[in-house]
Design a protein around this ligand. Structure first.
Ligand code: OXD
Ligand code: MN
Length: 593
């Protein structure tokens, strides 16, 4: 037993009683213990040890084909009152849901081990960090949590007798999709996940705690938990400025977090440092500015599409001590492969389902016939990242100069614009929407609203969440970060992307930072401040000013239609929508006319 904390002991005895484990193991964080668990997982076939020379310390795991992604339709916010979950979440009465979940989990650890994982989200002991305990019957979960969070004895020492910790209970059960539930009980600091073994559903520190529970805690305690990457931009004088950015999925968050600047900027001495690729926890610091930490300790990234050119740093992060999930196994080399890793698919491979894979049978229209599942993942330690920020473990976090929202919009949204003030920026964040891509089944170019990219992750009523954002701005006053919107995805008449994206996004980040320092000029429009075409540096880029100008305009009719769509969308939030949103729609309409 690792603790005398009465609240911990009480909860553990309740869970123990329920699931009836044969054995029990506290995860200490020591390498020897983790190594024993890896050996056990290899012996039972739960993981495959990969080529030690090419991929030292790396393993492959396959989940069941019915269990390969987050399941939003089975994710619940179980607040006592239904209206507090709001219109964007599934809700169930907590007592009813506890009963249902306990009935499902009862006795399911028989013949198995109950692993108890104490973990810290954020550097242990940081005033911005929070502690959780996850109970699980899966070694895969233990080993992933040991990469994605800080685990072990020190966490329990830091917790002491406090009751400020999040309860996370996971039971694999039969991995039955009909009985799969991912439930958050925000008022009880509790998460329960049953019948899944896929990362996003079972690594309870990530989406369940660091976003759904933490967003609620942040609301109650006056801080923010956001679906944002954090990166530092170093100029040739060695000064580093930090930005945090939120994008819906499939908009290149991990790529932006680890970008490599264009050569002419590298030659001048510009550098980019990664603090986080998915989640930011932000608090007002002693000097009144907004400070952010990345609560995670690793990257749970999508593998397909990751390669030396698209994201050199992410790929480099996966070359040791990494767990791969649902990618293909190259039998000739005992290494892993996924679509677009390179142009040489393995000759003898096992696909994500565990079947022999024949490249000639790959059908581009059936993504599931790929060698690696489209949502296959790597779980890589952050320390592996070549551009990891030296502030990664800072207990005080990094000061944020700018917050950036983005979406995928073929038309409409300009390359970049700045909100006129914080409240205007909150409105911009609340209006984030993204188009479905041609790669996905169903209609193309359909706009989906995803406020602050938090639609699946906000643990309370989203109207209250918008109000919380507005209140944070009031507290920050003139120290508030400036807020921007970017769109890397504008297309021409032939459907080609106009802006090159990837490392060249640095050119836009530089304008953003110059604006924060009052160094760059801008044009005032109805939606915000836009750069003059000559304000974006195009050195070494095969793009003329006219083309750039074409994605730095505000199309009056399109924006009027956008305001109609938004107005309708916001109806959803009823009387919890901040009244200023309606006023802003009216004033943008007026300015557009
Ligand atoms: C993720 C997601 O896995 O947002 O980060 O789905
Ligand atoms: Mn994410």
């Amino acid at each position: 037993m690792m603790t005398k904390n009465p609240t911990v002991l009480k909860w553990l005895s309740e869970i123990r009683e329920l699931v009836q484990p044969d054995k029990e193991m506290w995860i200490t964080g020591e390498e020897a213990q983790l190594e024993e668990l890896r050996k056990e997982a290899v012996a039972t076939g739960e993981m495959i040890k990969l080529n030690e020379e090419k991929l030292p310390g790396c393993y492959l795991h396959r989940t069941k084909p019915n269990d390969v992604a987050r399941v939003e339709d089975r994710t619940f916010i179980c607040s006592r009152k239904k209206e507090n979950a709001g219109p964007t979440n599934n809700w169930c009465d907590p007592q009813e849901m506890y009963k249902r979940l306990y009935d499902i989990a009862r006795g399911t650890y028989r013949g198995r081990t109950m692993y108890i994982i104490p973990f810290s989200m954020g550097p242990i002991g940081s005033p911005l960090a929070k502690i959780g305990i996850e109970v699980t019957d899966s070694i895969y979960v233990v080993l992933n949590m040991a990469i994605m969070t800080r685990v072990g004895t020190k966490v329990m020492e830091t917790l002491g007798d406090s009751n400020d910790w999040v309860r996370g209970f996971h039971a694999k059960c039969d991995v039955d999709p009909e009985k799969r539930y991912i439930c958050q009980f925000p008022e009880d600091n509790t998460i329960i996940s049953v019948n899944s073994a896929y990362g996003g559903n079972v690594l309870l520190g990530k989406k369940c705690f660091a976003l759904r529970i933490a967003s609620y805690q942040g609301w109650k305690e006056g801080w923010m938990a956001e679906h944002m990457l954090i990166l530092g931009i170093e100029n040739p004088k060695g000064e580093i400025k930090y930005v945090a950015a939120a994008f819906p999925s499939a908009c290149g968050k991990t790529n932006l977090a680890m970008l490599i600047p264009p050569k002419y900027l590298r030659d001048k001495g510009y550098k980019v440092w990664t603090v986080g690729d998915d989640i930011a926890w932000m608090r007002i610091g002693p000097d009144g500015r907004l400070y952010a930490i990345n609560p995670e300790n690793g990257f749970f990234g999508v593998a397909p599409g990751t390669n030396e050119h698209s994201n050199f740093n992410a790929l480099a992060s996966t070359r040791k001590n990494t767990i791969f999930t649902n990618v293909a196994l190259d039998l000739d080399t005992n290494t892993v492969w996924w679509e677009k890793l390179n142009e040489n698919p393995p000759k003898h491979a096992i696909d994500w389902r565990g079947n022999p894979w024949d490249p000639s049978k790959y059908d581009k229209n059936d993504k599931l016939s790929a060698a690696a599942h489209p949502n296959s993942r790597f779980t890589a330690p952050a320390v592996n990242c070549p551009c990891l920020s030296s502030e990664f473990n800072s207990t005080s976090g990094v000061p944020i100069s700018a917050l950036i929202f983005g979406g995928r919009r073929a038309k409409l949204a300009p390359l970049v614009y700045q909100a006129k003030d914080w409240a205007g920026g909150v409105f911009v964040g609340a209006s984030v929407s993204s188009e479905t891509t041609a790669a996905a089944a169903g209609a193309v170019g359909v706009v989906r609203h995803d406020p602050m990219a938090m639609l699946p992750f906000c643990g309370y009523h989203m109207g209250d969440y918008f109000t919380h954002w507005l209140e944070m701005g009031e507290k920050l006053g003139d120290k508030a970060p400036k807020i921007f919107h970017v769109n890397w995805f504008r297309q021409d008449e032939n459907g080609n992307f106009i802006w090159p994206g990837f490392g060249d996004n640095m050119r836009v980040l530089n304008w953003i930072l110059d604006r924060c320092e009052g160094k760059a000029d801008a044009v005032e429009t109805a939606i915000g401040y836009l750069p003059h075409p000559e304000d974006i540096d195009l050195t070494d880029l095969d793009m003329d000013r006219e083309t750039l100008a074409s994605i730095l305009t505000v199309d009056k009719d399109a924006w009027l239609a956008e305001m109609d769509g938004l107005s309708e969308y916001f109806d959803k939030f009823g009387d919890r929508l901040p009244p200023s949103f309606r006023e802003r729609i009216a004033s943008i309409r007026k300015d557009l006319q």
